[in-house]
Write a protein that binds this ligand. Sequence first.
Ligand code: MAN
Length: 342
Amino acid sequence: MLTPAQVQPHRPDFEVIGVFNAGTAWYQGEIILLLRVAERPVGWEGGDTRIPIFDTETNKLQIKVIDRTDGTYEFSDTRAIRLKSDSPGTFRYLTSFSYLRIARSRDGRHFTVDPNPFLFPNTPFETFGIEDPRVTQIGDTYYITYSAVSPAGVGVGLAITKDFVNVQRQGLILPPENKDVVILPEKIQGKYYILHRPIGKSIGLPEVWIAESDNLFSWGNHRLLFGLREGKWDDGRIGAGAVPIKTKEGWLELYHGASKRNRYCMGAILLDLEEPWKVLARSEHPILEPEAPYEVDGFFGNVVFSCGVIVQDDEVTMYYGVADTSMACATASLKDILSCLS
Ligand code: MAN
């Protein structure tokens, strides 16, 4: 649906290398995609790796240059750079810089991308970028959760908008490392709920938790909600995807699951309507997996990753990032998704 070639960089000496993992919303008869746009400085193809980092002192992007023949660094993951002396799985820098940009559509298929960024990194917790937004509408307010990335780790930022023009940051609602946060769209027995995904560094796995709040800003009563399934497609890492969909049977959550070999699929899980910390059913197999060439090959291949859906009657339109490169969409009947859960 949207590829990097269709999006202008935010400044002429940069190039767009990814437009993916968009959050979704309905606003005044239009479908909004809140895109994650990833850019890097042009000239990256030479011998140097040029890393954009937001500098909060000058309020400008600074470019850090790393010589790719410098033996102290490792470049095997296209997404991030690590120091060889660091412990496995930890990174020092990202290879691109992400921010949020809006695309608008009347038919849900043809999108016009706004010329300017909507939410651009500018706090100490966002110096490496802003990623993977999810949008929850409550009344006339849209709550946007996103990954805020900096040398301090990946935390969860919250921003609010009423018109998709003006946006106000509300600070970090969860500290590093945490990501994949979705806010349920209504209070349940007087409380707001989020699904979130902390990562334990000494003990613990990347699994999905639920927490509650009176005010959307302070979250407590954290509980482990659902975990990895050894030997299955979601045995590596899992995280909430779209904002949960309210159905008669329960809250339907479309989540991503990656295998230990980093193949990202989408699955579904059903939570109790009144007690959302209770899992009622889960898809045995993925509801979407990377198969099409644009899902298999790209900046980081074998990835389908959804941060938002649009539901009209029984039809779910899932918008999703492919291979950390472009945006695609797929439709399914709500009934069919619910019927494959057990
Ligand atoms: C990360 C996510 C996404 C990304 C996938 C695949 O865990 O946060 O940003 O799409 O990995 O690279």
